[in-house]
Write a protein that binds this ligand. Sequence first.
Ligand SMILES: *Cc1c(COP(=O)(O)O)cnc(C)c1O
Length: 422
Amino acid sequence: MNDLALRIADVGLPHPLLVIAARAAIAAGDPDSAADEAHRLRRSLLGPAVNATGVLLHTNLGRAPLGNEHSRALLHSASDDQPVRFSNLEFDLASGRRGSRTTHASLLLATLTGAEAALVVNNCAAAVTLVLAALARDRGVAVSRGELVEIGGGFRVPEVMEQSGARLVEVGTTNRTRAADYRAAAERDDIALLLKVHPSNYRITGFTEETSVAELAKIGPPVVSDLGSGLLDERCPWLGQRPDWLAGEPGARQTLAAGASLVTFSGDKLMGGPQAGIVCGRADLIAACAAHPLMRAFRPGSLVLDALQSVALAYLRRDADAIPFWRMARVPVEELSQRAEALGVGRPSRTTALAGAGSLPGQAIPSAGIELDGDYAATLRAFDPPVVARVNEQTTVLDLRTVDPADDAVVAAAVRHALSQQ
Ligand SMILES: *Cc1c(COP(=O)(O)O)cnc(C)c1O
């Protein structure tokens, strides 16, 4: 076993993992497959992938793409090769005493959304759970029957509600919920919050009616809006103007201005940052959330907070190019077409990309890439680094909107390799 493990050392894994691969090959009665086993094991580790699906926020591929900017921004600002060891994560540099890890990002996020205060947790599911637990434990939370949705990945509004200890009070009907429905619930029941949930990847169309945040705010209990997608401001000041494909997506700033007491959203959807959950709004409610014992379990680490801070600073500088999601989302189609021609493989074609991650279902972003006749998805995935494409009825589509230009050569090599495997 040890000999076999030594023979496959060039796979580049630590010895104990080579032993696992060797053991699996021997157990399968095929010692010659040890190197293949080791390669399989190496590919099961977390690693880079080239996203040629055209879906910018692809949950399976880590949602928002992360650039070096994210990890280099402040902690590494002096020089790239300076080692990073400690930070002022929970240290107040003015007083020399213990500080709070939530203060760094709070001011930036509050400034970006026009909120009094902000709080960062590990993801939006944690943000919603924390808000409900801190502000509505053992009390009622009114939610429209049309918004009792499952977002995907197990985020189901009634279950999150149950876990938080709040009591779900359903109002209205699946297709129509009016202000009077919420008001009636608030009059007959002990309602701590009115919760509005962005239906994300789900749409009710036809004979429908929903109640706006502005109308809900007049009823009395604080309004919490779970936006999920995390568009900070509908006017997109960091772009100069709002792109067509964003039409209809609610912004955190506008939702708060309309009267929501709190909004919750993900850091790694339209915000384009690392996985995080953000709560913005009234200072007293944020303080109650920050003081809740669950906050200890939901608090993010310094790597996430640093990456989030660098994204927030890029927004404040109105530097959309420093945020990989926005950089990729706004590349002109002509530029993508030229890159597709330059690949020198496949059939250059116009495609449609998507924001993804539940925001804006079906809102296409004009894009370009190449097409191949036949299904090459598996061979492209087997390339090193893996290239993930999409397949429509025996046509493989590689969309360049989600590919970093630095990876065009990888895409071309993977396609040439796939075609040669025929
Ligand atoms: C995506 C989404 C969530 C879950 O966000 P995570 O950051 O993945 O936990 C919650 N609510 C809404 C409306 C969403 O769109």
